[in-house]
Write a protein that binds this ligand. Structure first.
Ligand code: SF4
Length: 813
């Protein structure tokens, strides 16, 4: 019997849900039959747990390994997140390791050509460039960094180089959620968890398409409906999606309409006297922007002042601003005005990639607080993340240009001092000036040195900015031909970013290394290395430590702690240092565990307490705060700030916002004035452009496009057009058109009223396809607080390939 058939029969006999990973990227999908409680090892096959590599849902998979290769993947029935289910990407996650073009050797660009070099030389080149000009170095990371990867990078930069130019790609996807949580509760991340989806009877999706982007979570709600439970789904969006198809109500809004709608709901709650007076009195304050320089803490306003400011947001005015009929605004206000309902709001990029991102996040929290729909299971304002560890690595480890681990910030002397204490650093080592956020970092990197471009070496790990940055022509492509700018990229496959890289480092991927992620519901998830990476691909944490050690050897004082020890020193039981900077010794010890235990004390500072590493080895993740019980066990927390579950709520209190910005245990209900989007359609660029994702591909597609089944299912990007618009322009289904903004162009086939159905005057383009870079067109306008760019709205025109350009028309006229 051939090996593949033997594997198939073995797994089928185990009745395991999942897919088989064949010797190449072709997978054999098996039907979902319900995973056995325990998938048995044996006959050369070993099953181990790991979180899925893709989205922030954090489903757990069981990974079947035989002869050093992943041969099968199954949904993990032990996992509370997904209860054995996976989405189409998850079933094929094993295949991402086996694309034919894996990077396996360091590559250096010499005279325009990439040539293979040894690791030793690669590390030497990087360390010498940093040592020459440490302040001109920047580190760009990711919400796909594992917690130890992000922590190591953070420590190298802020604790070692006194350099705060470190920022993650999560700046592009959820920074506004962070600032929204901070402005409202004084501390980041959702109070509730996925269990809210099992309890709510109203689900409101705000500019969010979980049916495609978080399908396993969405199925928790649709499954309940198929069992006869009543759950009303209300989808508020700028275009019809698969979520709209499942919704009881689809409310189509204009871009920025969400701001007006939330103000309209709050207006009616006050006007109808249906807000929760007791909740507001006991647990909330009102805030507004300062007149001069708005901040995240704002200024106190009275309830009377709040009423005055919100008075103009009548349902009719909101209809004008948002396009949603006034009676639907009344319907939403009536729902929130009724405490018998349990209402969960979900959002993701739609509210975050928004020039009013902080404002709209705060306003939706405010709708829930004002109405008292908060803190009971099912009553929750909840933001989701797109990346597997945007929460764990970026928000908790604090790998942002202004932040430190444990919710500390570089600007505060006492915070710097605490971190210097934890890291055993000399006083004053941490730089007090925040570094460059993502857009600014790339702007400085691609700007000529003579014109003030003060970043000349940039290290990119675990992300693909050559495809994801907005306004690519300005923020990325300008690097081309600049001799004094040096781009280092660690990745697993060639990407849009490696095309301009001067040095490419081959990286280990997912279960080719140890890892820890933190998902959207505060769940920390650990896994072990299960297979070897190909060729000379290596762990990203190792790269960071190896660079740090070479700097140490070069005499960089920042690579030493107060006692003169190497910043990343790991010692054995006899006190001898283990040379983890040499890759052959990297796995002599569990470096992940060492870094995690070093990081853990930081997590108590904002009541995000984590358990010891070994507890996560046993669990399918645990939601923080995780607190030790009197019997020595560790208890997770599902509902933060609620007295019935959160161990940090003061005794006897129903709710306690214990990190309140006003230091009185209260959350903040914000008023923000509606503002128009930064760029609006006009006669030259008459369409709104919205960008986003598709079910089959994960973000820039660098992994999922290597999986044959996923790539065959969705082989190319497209522009979704409204039927009437296409007819007006005489554009046919499948025809290739030029999409053009003031910043750039891309060519795309047209999909008329396809999977998503945009209204007249709107087009939608997914960003997964590196051959059709839609971010040539997007703009780099960003939220003033979160610095997160707006990928959801700019103006474009659609031109048939053979049409004359408007400028040619003007000339011939
Ligand atoms: S991609 Fe997301 S929803 Fe799909 S299996 Fe992975 S974690 Fe779950």
């Amino acid at each position: 019997m051939d090996t593949q058939r033997r594997r198939f029969l073995k797994s089928a006999a185990m009745a395991a849900a999942g897919s088989m990973v064949a010797a190449n990227t072709d997978l054999i999908s098996l039907p979902v039959m319900g995973a056995d409680d325990t998938l048995p090892d044996g006959d050369g096959l070993t099953w181990s747990k790991a979180p899925c590599r893709f989205c922030g849902t954090g489903c757990h998979v069981q990974v079947g390994v035989e002869d050093g290769r992943i041969v099968a993947v199954a949904g993990d029935k032990h996992a509370d997140v997904n209860k054995g289910l996976l989405c189409v990407k998850g079933y094929h996650v094993g295949g991402i390791l086996y694309g034919e073009d894996r990077l396996t050797k360091p590559l250096l660009r010499k005279d325009g050509e990439l040539v293979e070099i040894e690791w030793d030389e690669a590390i030497d080149i990087i360390a010498k460039r940093i040592n020459k000009a440490p302040d001109r170095f920047a580190f760009y990371g990711s919400g796909q960094w594992t917690i130890p990867e992000g922590y190591a990078a953070q420590k190298l930069m802020k604790g070692g180089l006194s350099n705060n130019h470190i920022d993650p790609n999560a700046r592009l996807c959820m920074a506004s959620a962070v600032t929204g949580f901070l402005a409202t509760y004084g501390v980041d991340e959702p109070a509730g968890c996925y269990a809210d989806l099992d309890a709510c009877n109203v689900l409101i999706t705000w500019g969010n398409n979980p049916a495609e982007m978080h399908p396993v979570l969405f199925s928790r709600v649709t499954d309940r409906r198929s069992r006869g439970e009543e759950v009303k789904i209300i989808d508020i969006s700028t275009r019809r999606t698969r979520t709209s198809d499942a919704a009881n109500e689809y409310l189509e809004m204009k871009p920025h309409g969400d701001v007006a709608i939330s103000l309209g709901i709050m207006h009616l709650l006050i006007e109808n006297d249906s807000y929760d007076k007791a909740f507001v009195k006991n647990h909330c304050n009102f805030r507004g922007d300062e007149a001069d320089t708005p901040t995240l803490t704002g200024e106190a306003i009275s309830e009377e002042e709040f009423r005055k400011r919100i008075a103009k947001y009548t349902p009719e005015h909101v209809e004008e601003l948002s396009g949603v009929p006034a009676e639907k605004i009344r319907m939403l206000a009536d729902l929130f005005g009724n405490r018998d309902h349990l209402i969960t709001s979900l959002w993701c990029m739609g509210m975050n990639q928004h020039t009013m991102g902080t404002a709209i996040n705060s306003l939706v929290h405010g709708v829930h607080l004002l109405s008292g729909h908060f803190g009971r299971p099912g009553d929750a304002p909840t933001s989701l993340t797109g990346q597997p560890s945007a929460c764990g690595t970026v928000r908790e480890v604090g790998t942002l240009a202004h932040a430190l681990p444990g919710g500390r910030v570089v600007a505060k002397p006492e915070h710097r001092s605490q971190c210097e204490g934890f890291w055993n650093l000399p006083e004053g080592r941490i730089n007090p000036v925040p570094g460059y956020h993502t857009v600014k970092m790339f702007d400085q990197f691609t700007k000529p040195t003579a014109e003030g471009g003060d970043i000349d070496t940039l290290f990119v790990q675990v992300t693909n900015p050559g495809q994801t940055l907005p306004n690519l022509n300005k923020l990325f492509n300008d690097k081309q031909g600049m001799e004094d700018k040096f781009l280092i990229v660690s990745d697993v496959y060639p990407t849009a970013t490696t095309q301009l890289a001067d040095l490419i480092l081959p990286a280990a991927l997912w279960v080719e290394k140890n890892g820890i992620f933190g998902n959207s519901e505060r769940r920390t998830q650990q896994w072990f290395k299960l297979v070897d990476p190909p060729g000379e691909a290596r762990d990203d944490t190792w790269m960071t430590i190896a660079i740090a050690h070479r700097l140490f050897e070069l005499g960089h004082e920042g690579m030493k702690d107060k006692d003169g020890d190497f910043l990343f020193a790991v010692k054995d039981d006899e006190g001898n240092e283990i040379p983890i900077w040499e890759f052959e010794h990297y796995y002599d010890v569990n470096v992940d565990k060492h870094l995690f235990e070093e990081y853990r004390p930081f997590t108590t500072m904002k009541h995000k307490n984590l358990a010891p590493y070994d507890e996560y080895v046993k669990a399918r993740g645990m939601r923080w705060p995780v607190v030790e019980q009197s019997d020595g066990s560790w208890r997770e927390t599902k509902f933060r700030f609620s007295g019935f579950d959160d161990p940090f709520v003061a005794e006897g209190k129903e709710f306690d916002f214990y990190h309140s910005n006003t230091e009185d245990g209260k959350a903040q209900i914000w008023f923000h004035e509606y503002q128009s989007p930064p760029e609006m359609p006009d006669k030259d660029f008459p369409y709104w452009l919205c960008t986003g994702r598709v079910l089959e591909h994960w973000h820039t597609g660098t992994m999922t496009r290597r999986v044959t089944q996923l790539n065959r299912a969705m082989p190319t990007s497209y522009v979704e057009m409204n039927m009437e618009d296409a007819r007006d322009q005489n554009i046919r289904q499948g025809e290739t058109v030029i999409l053009e903004s003031r910043r750039g162009t891309t060519e795309l086939p047209v999909w008329i009223d396809g999977r998503g159905r945009p209204p007249r005057g709107t087009v939608f383009v997914p960003f997964f396809d590196e051959t059709k870079l839609i971010n040539n067109c997007t703009l780099d306008a960003h939220d003033p607080f979160s610095k997160q760019p707006d990928y959801k709205k700019c103006s474009v025109r659609v031109r048939k390939i053979n049409d004359a350009t408007p400028s040619q028309v003007a000339k011939s006229d």
